[in-house]
Ligand binder design. Structure first.
Ligand code: GLP
Length: 242
């Protein structure tokens, strides 16, 4: 795993967007998975801006959404689908056939997981996976205690995730479960990037990169990814020693 520290949120987002663009230049049919949330918001905006300026071919890659809140409809502004629709799918004019998001309203969530695992396998795995980190050390909805060998799965959300997650919604919302790619997907991805910004992430970033690898703090698994990167701004890097 490599650590990269950028001056601020804009610089880290520009660097992350550039990683996606350079992959698409090399491999227009790449399979790319992104998290939603506050952290990747500017990465998505810069990807659209730079990508369109540079006339990148966005028509052939496969896009995979990392996770979704179970039971939250797509039109809800706090859903992951809404985030991707607004920030990537519409501005890049992605076709439905290249976009793969969990249907969190499905009556058969296990089948949603199976379909996603099969799709990723059929495409030859994920080339680039860009994830954030939760205030409890989760990646996607891989909550503390999760098995490192999980592929896609449905999971009961941790109390921290339920309370922090309210920030995405207009009013209080009942959050109970998430559907998510697993850490096995992260470890099998050809490149994995964990991004974080801001002072509030300094503690979790310190633990993710310097703590012992443990499923009680799932993000520590990034330490074991052979082509893993942690890309942070100076505020999120504040607790990292020399
Ligand atoms: C959320 C999502 C994650 C996200 C993380 C951090 O709950 N399940 O996929 O990466 O928490 O979110 P943020 O970037 O808003 O801090």
């Amino acid at each position: 795993m490599q650590l990269q520290i950028y001056k601020d949120y804009t610089a880290l987002s520009a660097a992350t967007a550039s990683e996606i663009i350079s992959l698409l230049k090399q491999k227009p049919t790449a399979v790319i998975c992104l998290a939603s949330g506050d952290t990747p918001r500017l990465t998505c905006q810069l990807l659209v801006q730079k990508g369109l300026e540079e006339k990148i071919d966005f028509s052939r890659f496969s896009f995979i959404g990392l996770d979704e809140w179970v039971g939250i409809p797509p039109e809800n502004e706090g859903s992951c689908r809404y985030f991707f629709e607004t920030l990537l799918i519409k501005p890049l004019k992605l076709s439905p056939s290249q976009v793969h998001l969990f249907d969190a309203l499905s009556t058969d969530l296990e089948n949603e997981c199976k379909k996603m695992d099969a799709l990723i396998a059929e495409k030859g795995g994920i080339d680039l996976m860009i994830v954030g980190i939760g205030m409890n050390g989760h990646i996607g909805f891989n909550e503390p205690g999760v098995s490192f060998s999980n592929y896609a799965h449905v999971i009961d959300l941790d109390d921290t995730t339920i309370s922090v997650g309210q920030k995405y919604f207009k009013g209080p919302v009942h959050l109970k479960q998430g559907i998510t790619l697993g850490l096995k997907h992260l470890m099998n991805s050809k490149q994995a990037i964990l991004i974080a910004n801001g002072t509030k992430k300094a503690g979790v970033i310190e633990q993710a990169i310097a703590g012992g690898v443990s499923n009680l703090f799932p993000a520590t698994i990034i330490q074991q990814h052979a082509n893993g990167f942690v890309i942070v701004d100076e505020e999120a890097a504040a607790n990292i020693k020399g």
